[in-house]
Design a protein around this ligand. Sequence first.
Ligand code: KIV
Length: 269
Amino acid sequence: MKKVTLLDIKRMKQEGRKIVMITAYDYPFAKIFDPIVEIILVGDSLGTVLYGYDTTLPVTMEDMIRHTKAAEAGRERSFLVSDMPFMSFQVSPSAAVENACRLVKEGGAEAVKLEGGVSVFETIVKMTSFDIPVMGHVGLTPQSIHRMGGYRIQGKEKEARSKIIEDARAVEEAGAFSIVLEGIPAELASEITKELSIPTIGIGAGSGCDGQVLVMHDILGLLPDFKPKFVKRYAELAPLVEQAVREFAEEVRKGDFPGTEHTFYLTEN
Ligand code: KIV
């Protein structure tokens, strides 16, 4: 199995091949996704989908390192990107570089992702000068939830569209190898994708991007109450999991589990 590198990801845009990215936060899922996708993202979405927080804001560097390490253990071929959590890169470019280095050194990430455009220009320049590949993230940036007034589509008004374009240009100019476009109209995402030479990876940004990303829990139906328009469910795992655990509980209560085939005996070889 040939390892996916940053060069492969850049080349895929030039060759018009779509890039597939999915989130994973632990060993078993990273192992399942690894042969299928180009990029595994340990997103700070782990705050909402694993820890049940309302936002991604409480996620810490320790959380990100722990889950990056776990995903790294299951990953052999795909390219591993880890998210910079809130307050790990906003304070100063030097602190951001230190934290990015921790995700690479302690977590095993091959690149980091951070939210923002013009405001993180210097930070991306500094990270790339230390050879840390950076993925940008503009449009609906969940760490800016309080400024945005909720998770709402960005770039609907002309001025907001110009700002997102300016942010995307800044991310490319600063040296990022790729950029996530989240929660913006399809026309705007296509325009940015045509203009930039780095690959765009969309989520809720239409089909014109160079690749697509979704959160694994959304694709797999693990949190059935959450179903925004941009998500397609490829499986409904929550009821299957529930049924399996119900059967286990019922068999334990009836005394049917463990059976003889699941039991060790003194007389066994
Ligand atoms: O945190 C995350 O999972 C993300 C993706 C949804 C792009 O940033």
